[in-house]
Design a protein around this ligand. Structure first.
Ligand SMILES: Cc1ncc(COP(=O)(O)O)c(C=O)c1O
Length: 431
C-alpha cells in the first residue's frame, strides 16, 4: 500500500516537472528552417504523392495556425476534420504530457485502463454494443468490410457483394478503395476486390436494383465528404435499412468525416428523426484530436462475425490515444450546442455571400461540416484565401469545404466571411 502511494507521489512529481519543462520549452523560440530548404529536401527524399500548398506551418493556438514567419491563419481545414479542439488545447496538452510520462504504447496482448471506458463511452454515444479500435478511417472501414464478408460467408459463398455510393470516399487501402465510388482514386490499382456495386445517392429505385440476395453489406456516408458535402435524404437511408433487413445484409455507416460531434450530434445518423440505426459504424479523424485513433462499433449480433484471432492491430487503441479520446469526449459533451449554433450561423453568412456572388451555386452541410459549391474550380480561391490568412480547402474540384475546430466562434466566422468575400470578388469563372 505504502509502495503504491509512494509511486503515485513520485509519478505526480515527475508529471509536474515535465509540465514545467514543456511550458519553458513552449516559450523558447526555436529557429525555424527556411521554407525553401524544407521543400527541396522533401522533393528529394519523399514519395511525391501529395500536392502540398507552399506553406510551412510551425505551431497553432485555438483555431489559428502560424507559419514560420509568424503569419497567422484562421484554420478551417483543421487537419481535414481532425483538430476538433483546435491547436494546443490546454486540457489535451495536459493529458498528453501526463500519459506520455506514464505509458504511450501497450500491446493488445495486455489490458490497459483506457480502452474499456472509451469503448463504453462510444457504445453509449452511438447506441451500439461493441467496439474495436484501430488507427485511421481506412482501417476502420477494413474492419467493417471484414465483418460484412464474414457475415455473408456464414450464409453462403455467393453472398459477398457490397453496395456503396457513387462519389463516396472510404479510404486508400484495398478494401476501402474497392468500395470508393470515385474512379480516379481506383484507376491505377485495378483490379479491385470483387463484389463492389455502386449506385447514385438518394436514388431509391437504383438502390432497390443494386441490393439483392447476394448483398452482404451496404456502406453509406450519411454526409458524403470527399464527394462534395452531400447529406443523404432520410428516406434514402430508411430504404437502405429496409433493404439490408430484407436481404440479411449489414448496414454500415462511415462516419469518419461526418461523425464524432461534427454534425452537432455524436453521429450524423442521429440527426434524422426517426433515427435509423446501423449494424456497424466506423469513425476516426477527430476521435483523439490528432493522435491516430479510429474505431468500428457494432451491434451485439454483428460482433459475432469476428471471433478470436480474426482481426487485430499492433497500434490500435493504445493508452495515449484512448486517454486523449476520453478527455475529448468529456469536452465534446459541452461543445455540441456550439457546433450546431456556429454551424448554422456559418451557413447563414455563406448564404448571404451567395446572394452577392452569383457563381456560388449552393451551400450544403450539417453542423461544422460545410460545403460551398462554385461554378468553377476552387483551387485559386483556396490559394487567394491562404494569402489573406484563411485556410480552407476544396473538394470534388468545385466545393470549398470547411471542417473547422468545434471551438469556432461567430467572430471567427465573420473573419472567414470577410476574407471569402474579398477573394471571391476577384474570382472569375473560367470562360
Ligand atoms: C468518409 C471517409 N472514410 C474514410 C476515410 C479515410 O480515413 P483515413 O484518411 O483516416 O484513412 C476518409 C478520409 O477522408 C473519409 O472521409
Amino acid at each position: 500500500m505504502i509502495v503504491v502511494s509512494q509511486k503515485r507521489t513520485a509519478r505526480r512529481a515527475l508529471c509536474a516537472v515535465l509540465e514545467r519543462y514543456h511550458e519553458k520549452m513552449d516559450s523558447v523560440a526555436t529557429p525555424a528552417p527556411a521554407p525553401n530548404a524544407v521543400i527541396t529536401l522533401e522533393k528529394q527524399y519523399l514519395l511525391q504523392n501529395y500536392s502540398r500548398y507552399p506553406l510551412l506551418l510551425e505551431r497553432g493556438k485555438g483555431c489559428y495556425l502560424y507559419d514560420t514567419s509568424g503569419k497567422r491563419y484562421l484554420d478551417l481545414v483543421a487537419g481535414i476534420g481532425v483538430n476538433a479542439l483546435g491547436h494546443a488545447h490546454p486540457r489535451l496538452m495536459k493529458v498528453v504530457r501526463g500519459q506520455a510520462a506514464r505509458m504511450i504504447h501497450c500491446s493488445n496482448l495486455y489490458y490497459h485502463e483506457y480502452q474499456g471506458p472509451l469503448a463504453e463511452r462510444i457504445a453509449k454515444a452511438s447506441g451500439l454494443d461493441r467496439v474495436f479500435f484501430c488507427n485511421s478511417g481506412t482501417e476502420a472501414v477494413e474492419g467493417a468490410l471484414k465483418m460484412v464478408r464474414s457475415h455473408g460467408r456464414k450464409i453462403g459463398a455467393a453472398k459477398f457483394e457490397t453496395v456503396a455510393l457513387l462519389d463516396s470516399f472510404h479510404g486508400r487501402t484495398f478494401g476501402a478503395l474497392s468500395i470508393t465510388g470515385q474512379e480516379n482514386y481506383r484507376r491505377d490499382f485495378e483490379p479491385m476486390l470483387p463484389g463492389a456495386r455502386f449506385t447514385r445517392r438518394n436514388d431509391i429505385a437504383a438502390l432497390e436494383q443494386a441490393v439483392g440476395p447476394n448483398t452482404a453489406g451496404i456502406v453509406l456516408e450519411l454526409v458524403q465528404g470527399e464527394g462534395g458535402i452531400h447529406p443523404l435524404d432520410p428516406a434514402f437511408v430508411r430504404k437502405a435499412r429496409e433493404l439490408a433487413d430484407r436481404h440479411d445484409a449489414l448496414l454500415v455507416f462511415d462516419e469518419t468525416q461526418c461523425g464524432v460531434g461534427r454534425p452537432g450530434t455524436y453521429f450524423s445518423y442521429q440527426l434524422n428523426d426517426p433515427v435509423v440505426m446501423p449494424d456497424v459504424t466506423v469513425a476516426a479523424k477527430p476521435l483523439a484530436c490528432g493522435i491516430p485513433l479510429g474505431f468500428v462499433a457494432c451491434t451485439e449480433k454483428t460482433a459475432a462475425t469476428i471471433g478470436p484471432g480474426m482481426h487485430g492491430t499492433t497500434f490500435g487503441g493504445g493508452p495515449l490515444a484512448c486517454r486523449v479520446a476520453l478527455e475529448f469526449f468529456d469536452i465534446l459533451d459541452t461543445l455540441l450546442p456550439n457546433i450546431t449554433q456556429t454551424g448554422s450561423y456559418f451557413r447563414m453568412r455563406l448564404t448571404e455571400l451567395a446572394k452577392k456572388h452569383s457563381f456560388i451555386k449552393e451551400i450544403r452541410g450539417v453542423g461544422l461540416m460545410i460545403g460551398m459549391e462554385l461554378e468553377f474550380s476552387g483551387k485559386q480561391t483556396v490559394l487567394d484565401a491562404m494569402a489573406e490568412g484563411l485556410l480552407i480547402n476544396c473538394t470534388h474540384d468545385k466545393v470549398l469545404r470547411a471542417l473547422p475546430p468545434y471551438i469556432l466562434t461567430e467572430q471567427d466566422v465573420d473573419r472567414a466571411i470577410r476574407v471569402l468575400d474579398k477573394v471571391l470578388k476577384k474570382a472569375k469563372p473560367a470562360s
